[in-house]
Design a protein around this ligand. Structure first.
Ligand code: MG
Length: 280
């Protein structure tokens, strides 16, 4: 594959990504797929889906887990509902994440990815220890599938994420770096963070955002690529610097406005192509 093929976050029947038809119309060669509903995660459906992707000329480079009951309404709600941190839903979600990794394997995809949720900051917190254990469990399941397990960035500072990865201590654990999340959650300047965690970055989201007035307390605002505070040229130059050559996967989370979503992703692709021509 060429360096930095474009991609888009897509979905079949669950999750926020664009529909496959839209990905095809936009002419993207790769997607990150939001895991479909349980009923869709069968060998038969996987076979049909793969045939369809082949027709459309699209390759899946990662499958992202997502769960019922997750809400990104505000920062406290996100902390309470997202990922594997909330204890009440952890066992069921862990089982489901393993099923999602198995579905990814049926699709021939060697990366399963996930927002773990808000990992406690204090490594002595019992919850921290539990999240380390569940991450090892899923990483080991992925390893048996010959897959990598990618953690979506956002809620943790670069230093906290490095400490967590060292604590989990699994050689198939890597990072999906989302620079906008660092801004939206107020967890640190994204370019500086990217340099710090660079050696673990094996996939990225090209997404942009603006800092909140009170970062970490309020959400920042997600905006079209190139219009926020990430600095896309600097982001791509830093990816080049750390030796990242995987897909540039655009994520634009405005599913309530599909027409605008498609237009903005198209503009994002034009921006990325322009920057690629300049940098590579
Ligand atoms: Mg993301």
């Amino acid at each position: 594959m060429e360096k930095w093929p474009l991609g888009v976050f897509a979905s079949i029947d669950a999750g926020l990504g664009v529909k496959l038809e839209i990905a095809h119309e936009l002419g993207v060669p790769t997607i990150h797929l939001h895991a479909p509903q349980k009923a869709t995660r069968t060998p038969h459906q996987a076979e049909q889906f793969l045939a369809r992707l082949k027709e459309l000329g699209i390759t899946i480079t990662a499958v992202f887990g997502g769960f019922e009951g997750e809400s990104y309404a505000d920062i406290p709600t996100t902390a309470r509902t997202v990922g594997l941190v909330p204890p009440e839903t952890r066992a069921a979600r862990t089982r489901e994440m393993k099923e999602i990794a198995d579905f990814a394997r049926l699709l021939g995809v060697d990366v399963a990815a996930l927002h773990l949720g808000f990992i406690p900051h204090d490594p002595a917190d019992p919850l921290y220890v539990e999240v380390v254990a569940v991450t090892r469990d899923i990483a080991d399941h992925c390893k048996a599938n010959r897959q990598r397990f990618h953690l979506e960035t956002g809620q943790e500072s670069a230093d906290a994420l490095l400490r967590f990865i060292a604590e989990v201590d699994r050689d198939n654990l890597f990072i999906n770096f989302d620079p906008a999340n660092m801004i939206l959650y107020g967890s640190g300047e994204p370019i500086e963070a990217l340099r710090k965690v660079g050696k673990f970055v094996r996939s990225v989201h090209c997404k942009d955002g603006k800092w909140a007035a009170k970062p970490g307390e309020q959400w920042g605002a997600e905006v079209p690529l190139g219009e926020g505070d990430v600095g896309m040229e600097n982001f791509l130059r830093t990816l080049d610097e750390i030796g990242y050559d995987g897909p540039l996967t655009i994520e634009r989370e405005i599913p309530q406005e599909p027409a605008r979503q498609k237009e903005e992703i198209g503009q994002g692709m034009a921006l990325l192509n322009e920057l690629k021509a300049k940098i590579l």
